[in-house]
Design a protein around this ligand. Structure first.
Ligand code: NCD
Ligand code: ZN
Length: 349
């Protein structure tokens, strides 16, 4: 039995770091372990300009302890009225690492998102031409479509057409939750990758209703049936370079989760890497963890792998019930559970 594993320092290719006091509270959980993270742009207002992206990057850097050597990577929030030349310039200047497509009203902070992908075709042309990745929240917003089917329907109604129209565009299908998404990504060419969250590898939809309503198991895309969880696990541990780590850690204060209309989003940053390690261990695939966490993402984005390393060891640790940030307390994923891996060491260079 493997009791310790050292991997190259990983990156988080999809995270919500928020802003202001919440940003200050949550960044260290991530920067302590991950060398880089793709910061999602669904702030209020969203990050839609080069200036806003530079300023947000500076705020994240200021919030991260300097000795963590953490590099935030900023994304541009696409709207119906985006200027492709501005997006290209932001990428060329190294300010935008990618652009994020939120279908309007699909999730938290997506009200300014894209109503019809046809509206952003000129932007996608520009992105394809310069090699800039498109990150997609892949759910239809049609309320006639059952919430558990919105990802699979998005593939049919939107994603297949998009890939056909932009065969040279790099696309990350973010936080995939279904066997249909796994099939789609497996069958697609090398320019199509996907991130997978820890929660979608651990829980199925029953977790939201286990003995009562469980708001801390609610995120978007919502967890699906068990067969989908199993398909995601298989994909994550397969060793395929199309799949990489993206936590989708999305903190909301306790009161915003435990409410009559609770917010979508799980806060998994405190123990994200241990959470993934549990899954790879259970699948007998600890040797595949480094690829998923530290190698496939940089290869997809055309970035160097990190210096530094993280050592995980098999040792029980109790996850606290709440992360205490004063007025901004957040319940972490695995709250109250004992998890069988812990971080033993991190080297930053
Ligand atoms: C995210 C958030 O809270 O910003 N919520 C979530 O459930 N994942 C938005 C998103 O990524 O959908
Ligand atoms: Zn997200």
């Amino acid at each position: 039995m493997t009791n310790s594993i050292t991997i190259r320092r990983p990156d988080d290719w999809h995270i919500h770091l928020r802003d202001g006091d919440m940003l200050a509270a949550v960044v260290p959980y991530t920067s302590r372990i991950f060398a880089r993270a793709i910061a999602m742009p669904n702030l209020s207002p969203p990050v839609t300009t080069i200036e806003a992206a530079r300023a947000y990057r500076d705020r994240i850097i200021a919030a991260a302890p300097a000795d963590h050597g953490f590099t935030p990577l900023i994304t541009c929030y696409l709207t119906d009225h985006m200027d492709g030349e501005m997006v290209r310039r932001g990428y060329a200047e190294g300010v935008f690492t990618a652009a994020k497509l939120y279908p309007a009203h699909a999730t938290t902070g997506s009200a300014h998102g894209v109503i019809d992908v046809q509206h952003i075709y000129p932007v996608l042309e520009a992105m394809q031409a310069c090699g800039m990745p498109l990150l997609i929240h892949g759910e239809v917003t049609d309320h006639e479509v059952d919430i558990f089917d919105r990802e699979a329907v998005f593939i049919e109604r939107t994603l297949k057409g998009l890939v056909a129209d932009f065969p040279g565009l790099k696309i990350v299908f973010e936080h995939i939750t279904t066997a249909e998404a796994v099939d789609f990504v497996n069958d697609a060419g090398p320019l199509i990758g996907a991130t997978i969250t820890p929660q979608h590898l651990h829980i199925n939809r029953n977790a939201m209703f286990a003995g009562g309503l469980r708001p801390h198991a609610y995120c978007l895309p919502v967890a699906k049936r068990e067969k989908h969880r199993l398909a995601l696990r298989k994909a994550a541990v397969s060793g395929s370079s199309k799949y990489f780590l993206g936590t989708d850690s999305a903190p909301h204060v306790v009161g915003a989760k435990e409410a009559a209309c609770g917010c979508a989003g799980l806060f998994n940053a405190p123990h994200a890497l241990e959470s993934y390690a549990m899954v790879f261990d259970e699948e007998g695939a600890l040797d595949k963890l480094e690829g998923f966490a530290s190698l496939h993402g940089p290869a997809f984005y055309g970035l160097p792998v990190n210096a530094g390393s993280v050592t995980l060891e098999r040792a029980d640790q109790q996850v606290i019930a709440q992360c205490d940030h004063g007025a901004l307390n957040v319940v972490p994923f695995h709250a109250g559970e004992t998890i069988p891996w812990r971080i033993a060491n991190v080297t930053y260079a």
